[in-house]
Write a protein that binds this ligand. Structure first.
Ligand code: HEM
Length: 255
């Protein structure tokens, strides 16, 4: 807090500082909050679409692999192979970098501004619990994304033995995404890790969308009601859809 007040008692009791606590930041906090809201909503949309696409696993190998190939050949021949996919990858990468930068910058500023004082009077609820865990669930999700890319996209390190990369046969791109998913989720430890990560996603996304509703300036009573309801419902649907996949493979329902 910057002092404009001449309240000597408050200053003496350390409630007000005579010096500004920190330099004027380059990016104002409202701009960081807005960036986090926009990039977070973008990720929310991505996980919804990704989950719906992944549910194609239940329609069989042929459909699922055709979908994986489609993601790479969409726009052909006008667009080179993986052209559209790379645009999405770059947008997501920029979004995640901005989101993480915003998170740590705001976390640091809040801590500095609070000084030695603790937050008080927070109501104990699901909302407080998820709010307090945002940094932890965010770190779990980042670890999950790195693991997941190695596991099912790059086929390195933690990927299942016998991971099959995409091949071009007779000029046609052939994907083995189905076999890779089944091989990966046949490992119980990996399924447990996926489920834990999905619980982190539920907490992170539900609180994130709830906060974004306010940060995007949505104040209308009816709109807020609808959006706050969706901020709980959509993450729940995404997470249930995502958990059903590895558990079904492990249970032998998909093979
Ligand atoms: C159990 C749930 C999930 C399953 C079964 C799954 C499945 C897959 C598969 C099969 C691929 C490779 C696609 C291909 O090679 O064509 C992939 C890629 C990817 N997944 Fe997931 N995914 C799940 C959850 C998630 C979640 C929660 C996130 C984000 C937090 C995520 C983010 C990504 C990303 C960023 C890629 C890379 C896409 C690319 O650039 O090729 N996935 N996923």
């Amino acid at each position: 807090m910057t002092v404009t007040s001449s309240n000597r008692d408050a200053i003496a009791h350390g409630k007000i500082n005579v010096e500004p606590l920190r330099e004027q930041p380059k990016f104002p906090s409202w701009a960081l909050k807005l960036t986090m809201a926009v990039t977070g909503v973008l990720f929310g949309l991505f996980v919804i679409v990704h989950m719906l696409g992944n549910l194609k696993l239940f329609t069989g190998a042929e459909h699922f692999n055709a979908y994986a190939t489609f993601l790479r050949t969409v726009g052909a021949p006008a667009v080179p192979t993986e052209g559209v996919l790379w645009i999405f990858r770059i947008v997501l990468l920029v979004a995640i970098v901005l989101h993480i930068y915003g998170a740590f910058a705001l976390f640091g500023r809040a801590k500095q501004s609070r000084g030695k004082f603790r937050r008080q009077g927070m109501v104990s609820s699901w909302n407080t619990f998820t709010a307090r865990s945002m940094i932890v669930t965010g770190i779990v999700l980042l670890a999950f994304i790195i693991f997941h890319l190695m596991d099912l996209t790059l086929g390195v390190g933690v990927a299942p033995a016998g991971f099959q990369h995409n091949e071009t046969i007779n000029g046609e791109l052939v994907s083995s995404a189905y076999d890779n998913v089944v091989a990966s989720f046949s490992r119980p430890g990996v399924v447990v890790w996926y489920v834990i990560a999905q619980l982190a996603l539920l907490m992170h996304l539900s609180h994130g969308l709830w906060t974004a509703t306010s940060d995007l300036g949505i104040t209308g009573k009816r709109w807020r009601k609808v959006l706050l309801f969706l901020s709980g419902l959509l993450p729940l649907l995404v997470v249930v859809g995502n958990i059903v996949i590895p558990v079904s493979v492990l249970a032998g329902l998909v093979s």
